[in-house]
Ligand binder design. Sequence first.
Ligand code: NAI
Ligand code: MG
Length: 490
Amino acid sequence: MTDLMPLLPEVEAFLKGPLSLRIGGGTVDTDGTIEVIDPSFGSPLCNVAGAGAREVDLAVTAARAAYEGPWSAMTPDERSQCIWRLAELVDERAGIFGQLDALDNGKPFAVARDVDAAYSARHLRYFAGWPSKIEGATIPVSVPDRFNYTRIEPVGVCGLIAPWNYPLLMAVWKIAPALAAGNAIVMKPAEQTPLSALYLADLALEAGFPEGVLNVIPGIGTEAGAALAAHPGVGKIGFTGSTATGRRIVEASMGNLKKVSLELGGKAANILFADADLEKAVPGAFWALFGNNGQSCTAGARLYVQRPVFEQVLEGLVALASQVSVGPGMAETAHDLGPVISERQMRTVTGYIDSGVSEGAECVAGGGRLGDTGYFVAPTILTGVTDDMRVAREEIFGPVLCVLPFDDEAEVIGRANDTEYGLAAGLWTQDVTRARTLAERLKAGTIWINCWGETDAASPFGGMKQSGYGREMGADAIALYSQTKSVWVV
Ligand code: NAI
Ligand code: MG
């Protein structure tokens, strides 16, 4: 038995509840409850209230009242201070957030605290500076005797729908710019991982946000999520999740033509040239996929390795896979990786491994479920993969790396771009001219050269093709949650 760390008293108290919806500064109970599972053990952790269409409506009404009332009445400086204080509270309570995300997501506590919570605080701090810097323009129009200027205004009420892979961080990626742009929010966390977002709603009140500015309503995607996406009182949906659900959200948005931004799936190509610094490139390419247990939209899932170094790289990857430690998120002694999110996801991922093998791939590390408690999948490496196999084309979203050889640049760029996705791609090479030209030719929203996975609140992030549209982070994210008004004056 692995020793588990004790729950922090604040976490214990929070889990005792009420784990109700956070609407309008208060709590709302529902008939619908969601059982939250601890994926490290496959056992029930707690029940949270689940929103239905009625509660979505309540939350939108509360957000509208806050938007039209106290939130819009605050000065940019006052709004900045609220966001900054929330950042400070997230930093201060990083251990609490770390435990909450470790419990319902399964990721290692130290990662949840030092990556997810720490980056969430940084993200909030970056956007805290924005409210006083959202400037319109004076436009040199050619109409005589007219003065024209623009105002950058909030959309109003934004519905934000988050996934379960980085529960707090993905919520904050959307909440921070939406607040900075002056909107009020209805946030629906993923049904698997509602805890950290609920706790964040409580902190927002402590940070001084008016009641109703940040409403958090856990709920099932096809119920609460669908109702939010269709709600006529919502002006904008910000979504991260699967491409299939992204399509449904666009359909649901048609009623009132709400704005939509989508961060969807990926099948990133990671290209490792023979001239790369292998000491860095091999672990870099390994963690590009296995980081967060492969449960990242940017996971470097297709590793193309130039033939002269193929065997050497593969050996290095297999050695790393054998050293990785896997265990419960709350283990007293930290592990590298936790379980995958759910029994369903475990079956999906092991199903992909089986499909790869039955199509002719060879499994050189891992190969299936680990143990019989919790939803653990062994870090798995497949070779003998061809570009047309399902494992090479579809998003697996788990710890499965496909390693494919290539010969030359022209060939690999064609193969890398031959995907419906376009979120991220990477290159490992010491040839700066090649790096620069391939960075132009790769069709993806983020390119990493001799590194992987870096993001920063100041740098735009988002997808091309079916990885979605809209760019989160930086000035682009402010634009995503704003609308421009043109004013003419005589
Ligand atoms: P999903 O895309 O269905 O869920 C993401 C969020 O959307 C959750 O909050 C969910 O409740 C909500 N949702 C689901 N159906 C909805 C609907 N009809 N209207 C509005 N909101 C809805 O993803 P799911 O089912 O959890 O995982 C399936 C696959 O999606 C994964 O295996 C993975 O390939 C991909 N995925 C990608 C993510 C990314 O970061 N790009 C994150 C999560 C999943
Ligand atoms: Mg789904």
